[in-house]
Design a protein around this ligand. Structure first.
Ligand code: NAD
Length: 248
């Protein structure tokens, strides 16, 4: 039971990597808030996990692009569970467009969800964490936070911003008992990649020396490690979970 009794929030928790993280935390003894955009799937997935594990699993809807909703999410978590020990800042969206054609509204929307959204959740969670004198935030970046890729100007700007903002948040939190790290997944087999044609998929697989896409649980395991007390001397790090993508 690596996170027994901890109260952990996972944003974007109803699908893919987030859903796997919710389940791994429940398996290891945490009470978990699964947060996502409002949806009946989210509610029913949280209910099913709540029934399956001993810890509580609550669904709390929140759009991370809204400061009002994010602040209400953290207040709601404190009201229900009493504290916030861990946060997986995982909600995110993709987007592909050549730079010369990128519309302002699409570019700023990706930044609003993938970068400012991460900041909003961290800012709100730091308050109870500082009051407790402990806590851990893990921000979901990407290999595209440290590498470029054609067509992803907004996504790479956001994820690169997450990697470096994480370092600053880590510095601010270090003397107050709060650790802040990021995770950089390679390409992971989740609904985010749905709709890519077979040729593109094979091209993505070939970028990973391990020879396959990652699985959501493999990223969830990295989150579990970072949020647990096993990682008590790790802050400001960017842990790449990428099958060797960035090694070459
Ligand atoms: P996913 O689409 O399966 O899950 C993302 C979740 O975020 C969804 O449940 C979605 O509803 C939620 N979400 C989207 N916008 C939101 C908003 N405004 N507010 C709250 N929730 C919102 O995708 P995934 O692959 O599991 O992605 C999770 C994270 O991992 C993202 O930050 C993504 O950028 C990152 N990532 C994914 C990959 C990959 O290859 N799948 C690679 C690197 C990084």
């Amino acid at each position: 039971m690596r996170v027994k009794g901890k109260k952990i929030l996972v944003t974007g928790g109803a699908s893919g990597i987030g859903l796997a993280a919710v389940e791994r935390c429940l398996q290891e003894g945490a009470d978990v808030v699964m947060s996502d955009l409002a949806s009946s799937e989210g509610v029913s997935r949280a209910k099913a996990l709540d029934a399956k594990y001993q810890g509580r699993c609550l669904f709390m809807p929140c759009n991370v692009a809204s400061t009002v909703e994010v602040n209400a999410l953290i207040d709601g978590m404190v009201a229900e569970l009493g504290r916030v020990d861990g946060v997986f800042n995982n909600a995110g969206i993709g987007g592909i467009c050549p730079a010369e054609d990128y519309p302002d509204e699409d570019f700023t929307h990706i930044l609003d969800v993938n970068l400012t959204g991460v900041f909003r959740v961290a800012r709100a969670a730091l308050k109870p964490m500082y009051a407790q004198g402990s806590g851990c935030i893990v921000n979901c970046a990407s290999i595209l936070g440290v590498f470029g890729q054609s067509g992803t100007a907004a996504y790479t700007a956001a994820k690169g911003g997450v990697v470096n903002m994480t370092r600053t948040l880590a510095l601010e939190g270090a003397s107050k008992g709060v650790r802040v790290n990021s995770i950089g997944p390679g390409y992971i087999d989740t609904p985010l990649l749905a709709g890519l044609d077979e040729q593109l998929m094979q091209g993505l697989i070939s970028l990973h020396p391990i020879g396959r896409l990652g699985r959501p649980e493999e990223v969830a395991n990295a989150f579990l490690f970072l949020v647990s007390d096993e990682a008590s001397f790790i802050t400001g790090a960017n842990l790449l979970v990428d099958g060797g993508f960035t090694a070459g």
